[in-house]
Design a protein around this ligand. Structure first.
Ligand code: ADP
Ligand code: MG
Length: 224
């Protein structure tokens, strides 16, 4: 499914405390694209990714998945759409601390009262090196393991598109490298669209299409 981001702006706050986080951002994400978005801290990267993935609403502009404008519907519809179509990976993992790794991974399906495909869960946890960690709580896992649990959670509902917001930002370079390698090979093997935010130019260069964002202005870096 093609995603069209059309003239998105985001203003936080009101009156004197207004912050223009994003100005007239547009991009088209094609099926199977591997896109990186790079920019300094505070430039609007997370804001953009949250709006494209439906975690937040734009002040103006639209985001179309195929023919569907995801921001024209109700919050409930948007949440359901997100759980079924989109995998999101956060810098801070965002695992629920009282749930085991297995329960965290299954969460998106439980919320939709869907059955877990046990073979697929097995395949994912083997691929991500989590097979012997599924009954552990997040605090019993290393940062790299926690992020791999978060990747499994992002994939469990078999979404076509994965968004990752600085997925290696909280990891040392070795486990960060592992996480990126896994994301890249998952994308290839499972035919996913992948959009990664980073401020690491090495990671940005792994992508087929690169964008930069500076002071809320998004632009595509042409291949050289
Ligand atoms: P990045 O991810 O590139 O570091 P963000 O998208 O998080 O940047 O933030 C862009 C700008 O918007 C920053 O100036 C930030 O302070 C501001 N901002 C982000 N979220 C909020 C919010 N909820 N309320 C007010 N300002 C915000
Ligand atoms: Mg951010």
């Amino acid at each position: 499914m093609e995603i069209q981001v059309k003239d998105i702006s985001k203003i936080y706050g009101t009156k004197e405390s207004q912050v223009a986080a994003l100005a007239h951002a547009s991009m088209t994400i094609c099926e199977g694209d591997f896109i990186s978005i790079m920019g300094p801290s505070g430039s609007g990267k997370s804001t953009l990714l949250h709006i494209i993935s439906g975690l937040d609403r734009p002040t103006s502009g639209s985001v179309l998945y195929g023919d569907t404008d995801i921001h024209s519907g109700k919050d409930q519809e948007l949440s359901a759409f997100r759980r079924q179509k989109i995998g999101f990976i956060f810098q801070q993992f965002n695992l629920l601390p009282v749930l085991t790794a297995r329960e965290n991974i299954m969460m998106p399906l439980l919320l939709d009262k869907k059955k877990v495909d046990a073979d697929y869960l097995q395949e994912l946890s083997e691929f991500l090196g989590l097979k012997n960690r599924l009954s552990h709580l997040p605090h019993e896992l290393s940062g790299g393991q926690q992020q791999r649990v978060a990747i499994a959670r992002a994939l469990i509902a078999k979404p076509d598109i994965i968004f990752a917001d600085e997925p290696t930002g909280n990891l040392d370079s070795r486990s960060g490298g592992e996480v990126m390698k896994m994301l890249c090979s998952i994308r290839e093997k499972m035919n996913k669209t992948l959009v990664v935010i980073t401020h690491d130019s090495c990671i940005a260069k792994m992508a087929d299409r690169r964008f930069t964002i500076i002071d809320g202005e998004l632009s595509e870096v042409s291949a050289s």
